[in-house]
Design a protein around this ligand. Structure first.
Ligand SMILES: CC(C)(COP(=O)(O)OP(=O)(O)OC[C@H]1O[C@@H](n2cnc3c(N)ncnc32)[C@H](O)[C@@H]1O)[C@@H](O)C(=O)NCCC(=O)NCCS
Ligand SMILES: Nc1ncnc2c1ncn2[C@@H]1O[C@H](COP(=O)(O)OP(=O)(O)OP(=O)(O)O)[C@@H](O)[C@H]1O
Length: 203
């Protein structure tokens, strides 16, 4: 009988994970997005936000009480110790939220659950999944997207790229690899091929 699978989707910043996740969703996958869970963990009024302000100071708050993401980003990508401190505040909560979301999906009878986890390998979570889908693109391509689509300076974009493992190391640990250096259209066929392989693995 077919059984449910819980897969991880990962890839370095601006590789195209969210774009690929949307394509998997159109095939029927349930997507659990760690970046979204990380935002919930520091929502206004949350203990997570209070912990961030206690550590980083009130300068990371906007006048309306929400997190000033750009201000925090500048601090954490300039300093590995600051990044570790932020990760230690946010990651345990993200993990709890993901476990709840996975249990909810399984209880609904969802058959293909894909957790989008940017830092899967850095954090060492890859063994917890039935398979790992890696989205990859060359650093220069990703840098271009960060500058073009997110309005970052080249220096800040490079610091974010440098805060993650090089993709060679991630490719070695992936079950399936989707290359996204080319046009968006090239993703459709690659995602369909991985989806077929997932369906075969469920049987
Ligand atoms: C530093 C923050 C405030 C910057 O917010 P911003 O809106 O600019 O970016 P966003 O959250 O959309 O993240 C964009 C990408 O940055 C990269 N990134 C984010 N945090 C980290 C980190 N701690 N280490 C390495 N890369 C990271 C990921 O590739 C992520 O997809 C935010 O990224 C954050 O709270 N990070 C800590 C939580 C975390 O680790 N998130 C990543 C997955 S759980
Ligand atoms: N093949 C492509 N060609 C051009 N632009 C692309 C392509 N794939 C994705 N993009 C764009 O690049 C940016 C990053 O893509 P996306 O948000 O899917 O990546 P991500 O890996 O989820 O990023 P992040 O790590 O920042 O969350 C987006 O603006 C997206 O529209």
């Amino acid at each position: 009988m077919a059984h449910a699978l819980h897969l991880a989707l990962t890839g370095n910043i601006a590789s195209g994970k969210s774009t690929v996740a949307a394509l998997f969703a159109s095939h029927g996958a349930t997507i659990i997005d760690a970046d979204l869970l990380a935002r919930e963990a520091v929502a206004p009024g949350s203990p997570g936000l209070a912990a961030v302000v206690a550590h980083f100071g009130p300068a990371v708050l906007q006048p309306n009480g929400t997190l000033d993401r750009a201000a925090l980003r500048e601090q954490v990508f300039a300093d590995p110790a600051a990044r570790d401190a932020l990760n230690a505040i946010v990651h345990p909560d993200v993990r709890r939220r993901r476990e709840v979301a996975v249990q909810d999906a399984l209880a609904r009878g969802d058959q293909v659950i894909i957790s989008d986890i940017p830092l899967l390998f850095e954090v060492g979570l890859e063994q917890q999944f039935d398979g790992v889908i890696l989205v990859d693109a060359a650093p220069a391509v990703r840098l271009g997207r960060l500058v073009r689509d997110r309005g970052l300076s080249a220096e800040e974009a490079q610091r974010m790229i440098d805060a993650q493992w090089p993709s060679e190391r991630k490719r070695a640990g992936a079950t399936w690899i989707i290359d996204n250096d080319g046009p968006r259209e090239a993703l459709v066929t690659q995602v369909a091929a991985v989806w077929d392989a997932i369906e075969r693995a469920r049987r």
